[in-house]
Design a protein around this ligand. Structure first.
Ligand code: BEZ
Length: 212
């Protein structure tokens, strides 16, 4: 069975550039971002890892840990890290999983044979503290990921977990939200949204972001 939003993220043991881990234990009580790289010493991946490392404080602020995986071994990753740090002006501050046996790549369906039967595509899994997959994003090997978008999705997930809102197109933290259609009780609407809301349509109700 394939992985879906809402599935428990498969657990695994692996060696990483920061030592061995048991994935669920490593996640602990935080959010996690697991993202795959087709191969070490490749140009797009090098820029992505540098960008992610330079954004670590933003992930920390959201209580989210990053972990990368690439289908080479840890010794290769460690050599590659030297290049990443030098060329991207970054300090690698999160682990990269050694996945030369493609265990993690297969567990998370990161190899798409019609694209390439040995290398992974660029998968991103956003996993919550209950170890549930909350979002999955897939890019081809030739397209570097947008890490600001990954932060934006975490913001949306964390907001919608705590308030009965959803986030509209191109939303970013601080923008107006939409009230979930299932919320119809006038008393609850008044309590939850003291700043009010604008009903553009009965199903399209815009409200200021409730936690701002
Ligand atoms: C890269 O990371 O640059 C890359 C990897 C595989 C195919 C194409 C590009």
């Amino acid at each position: 069975m394939g992985l879906h939003i809402g599935s428990v993220a498969p657990d695994f043991q692996a060696n990483t550039t920061q030592g061995p881990i048991q994935f669920h234990q490593w996640i602990g009580s935080t959010w996690a971002v697991l993202f795959s790289h087709p191969k070490d010493f490749t140009p797009v991946c090098t820029t992505e890892l540098g960008r992610a490392a330079n954004l670590k404080a933003e992930f920390d602020r959201r209580n989210a840990k990053m972990i990368a995986v690439s289908v080479d071994d840890v010794d290769s990753h460690k050599k590659w890290i030297g290049d990443i740090e030098e060329t991207q002006k970054a300090t690698m501050n999160f682990p990269i999983i050694g996945d030369e046996g493609r265990v993690v790549a297969k567990l998370y369906d990161m190899i798409h044979p019609e694209a390439n039967d040995t290398l992974t595509v660029r998968s991103v899994f956003l996993i919550d503290p209950n170890k549930k997959i909350r979002a999955m994003i897939t890019y081809p090997a030739s397209t570097g990921r947008n890490f600001s978008e990954i932060l934006r999705v975490i913001d949306s997930l964390q907001l919608t977990d705590s308030h009965k809102v959803a986030t509209p197109a191109d939303w970013k933290d601080g923008d107006d939200c939409v009230i979930v259609p299932s919320l119809q009780d006038p008393k609850e609407l008044a309590e939850r949204f003291p700043k009010g809301f604008k009903a553009v349509r009965p199903y399209l109700r815009i409200t200021p972001q409730p936690n701002k």
